[in-house]
Design a protein around this ligand. Structure first.
Ligand SMILES: Cc1cc2nc3c(=O)[nH]c(=O)nc-3n(C[C@H](O)[C@H](O)[C@H](O)COP(=O)(O)OP(=O)(O)OC[C@H]3O[C@@H](n4cnc5c(N)ncnc54)[C@H](O)[C@@H]3O)c2cc1C
Ligand SMILES: NC(=O)c1ccc[n+]([C@@H]2O[C@H](COP(=O)([O-])OP(=O)(O)OC[C@H]3O[C@@H](n4cnc5c(N)ncnc54)[C@H](OP(=O)(O)O)[C@@H]3O)[C@@H](O)[C@H]2O)c1
Length: 438
């Protein structure tokens, strides 16, 4: 079967369950508006982290939680950080303000009092409470941890407020613009997108892509490597060094005037080295309460198929973990976190109604792990594999016309009005106060 046909078949297989779920949640949200009552002693379902996994879970719970329960979302950022666009907006100026989506659209239309958002950082947990950096303590009946993972710039920003966050992306743009000889270390999806964007938008720059293995994009099937490598090397004229793992300083991704040492003893200096070497899971908040549920190998939170944290003695706690922070056996992709939200919602509802949690997460690699990978200004490739060995896969080259990667759609999907982006841009033009700059 041709790849296009396989893709259509995959889309159809997703459509049925997705539509059923969508209709159920829509009807449930309508019923909620008429039946949900705010009561003074309502118990908290706390969601920590309002990104791809947490945002969707809050929406799902807002449509289904019965009277007597309410949702508290705790998220450190003022805006949803739409990080899919960060590599592109770290290279191309003028779009960074659109990568930060206001949270206004979360649980839109839900009864007043059902959802509360707290902008704060969680620093620890007890059996009954979530501890915040501000000193507040929030009690919980059920808890969902969706704290994802950390990566330095240009994959994530460290600022939690809109303007300094935009400034961080602008500083990467400026650093790239002023550097002629650039090395990108790590040819996962981030490294490949960033290297091809730099060459796509600045063809005169000298770009080297350094990877630890013989296969780039090695978490995907070999066919993706075979397709992308010639484009990177021959079309973009990027020098690719394979089977090289130069040592880099920890926790810093942008290294100006850096020398890299290679396996043959050779040293080479670059104006700029950008480390795109992967993620660090944000699991430490559970370390003091349940240290045994943090994987020693990956630092992710170990979960059962119900996505409850996996306690060794078989107890079923009221704590769930989903998305990139959880060791769930599925791909580390936003789409996976979104589908896991349904499982967590079902199981929390089951427990509220006195039933055993029985919804099980079974990764669907072809759907959750599929990738739409940009390869510079105007090219992209869609790739999906059916199993970890990629015995059957789909690869479809396509054109990438929108410089902003269609960010307006992301605003709509998060219930936000894209016209606000223009106002945000104007706000960005105003000078920062000295306190913020320091
Ligand atoms: C450049 C790029 C492009 C990508 N493109 C795609 C794509 O096209 N499709 C796809 O499916 N996946 C894509 N991915 C993968 C996807 O981004 C991740 O899988 C996804 O972000 C994981 O979502 P998450 O909600 O689990 O965690 P994260 O997105 O990591 O979010 C965690 C959230 O928790 C908050 N948080 C963390 N700790 C605390 C704390 N202590 N207190 C309060 N809040 C806290 C953070 O502020 C953040 O908002 C891409 C990744 C990158 C880097
Ligand atoms: N368009 C999209 O959908 C999209 C775009 C970007 C990212 N993502 C997803 O986001 C997640 C994170 O992506 P990522 O690219 O940041 O991480 P990643 O997939 O972990 O890739 C990082 C790569 O860098 C290599 N590496 C680590 N240290 C190195 C060193 N010192 N020298 C050379 N190479 C080194 C790693 O290889 P080793 O394993 O050998 O250490 C790894 O292959 C992934 O799940 C990815 O698929 C998706």
């Amino acid at each position: 079967m041709g790849d296009q046909l396989k893709l259509i078949r995959m889309a159809f297989s997703l459509l049925g369950p997705y539509l059923r779920r969508f209709i159920y949640l829509r009807f449930s949200a309508l019923r909620q508006r008429w039946t949900y009552q705010v009561v003074p002693d309502a118990k908290n379902v706390v969601v920590i982290g309002g990104s791809f996994a947490g945002f969707e879970l809050v929406n799902d719970l807002a449509a289904t939680l019965p009277t007597g329960f309410k949702i508290v979302l705790i998220e450190k950022n003022s805006h949803f950080n739409y990080s899919f666009t960060f590599p592109r907006f770290s290279v191309v100026p003028g779009y960074e303000h659109t990568a930060f989506i206001p949270y206004d659209g979360i649980a839109k239309g839900a009864p007043a009092g059902l959802v509360t958002r707290i902008q704060d950082t969680v620093i620890g947990l007890t059996d009954t409470h979530v501890l915040l950096a501000s000193g507040r303590e929030i009690d919980y009946e059920y808890l969902a941890i969706a704290t994802g993972s950390s990566q330095p710039l240009p994959v994530q920003v460290s600022a939690t407020e809109f303007r300094p966050a935009c400034r961080e992306l602008q500083s990467v743009q400026e650093t790239i613009k002023e550097s002629q000889k650039i090395a990108i270390v790590g040819a996962g999806a981030v490294g490949v997108e960033l290297a091809t964007d730099i060459k796509g938008f600045y063809p005169e720059k000298d770009v080297t892509l350094v990877h630890s293995r013989g296969q780039i994009l090695n978490t995907f099937g070999k066919r993706l490597h075979n397709y992308t490598l010639p484009i990177i090397r021959d079309e973009h004229k990027i020098r690719v060094l394979l089977n090289e793992r130069p040592q880099l300083p920890k926790d810093r991704a942008l290294l100006k005037q850096q020398t890299l040492a290679f396996s043959d003893g050779r040293e080479e200096s670059f104006d700029l080295v950008i480390a795109c070497t992967g993620q660090r899971p944000n699991s430490s908040i559970i370390a003091s309460l349940l240290p045994e549920v943090i994987s020693k190998e990956t630092s992710r939170i170990l979960v059962k198929p119900t996505l409850q944290v996996a306690l060794a003695d078989g107890r079923s706690p009221r704590i769930f973990a989903l998305g990139d922070v959880a060791e769930h056996g599925g791909p580390k992709m936003g789409r996976a976190g979104l589908l896991q939200g349904y499982i967590v919602m079902d199981n929390i509802l089951a427990m509220i109604y006195g039933r055993a949690p029985s919804a099980i997460y079974k990764p669907q690699l072809n759907i959750e792990g599929s990738i739409k990978l940009t390869l510079g200004k105007s090219r992209l490739v869609i790739y999906a594999q059916d199993d970890p060995e990629a015995t059957s896969d789909i690869l479809i080259p396509a054109k990438n016309k929108a410089v902003d990667l269609g960010i307006a759609m992301a605003w709509r999907m998060h219930g936000a009005d894209f016209r606000q982006a223009q106002a945000a841009k104007e706000m960005l033009a105003e000078p920062l106060s000295p306190a913020v700059i320091s």
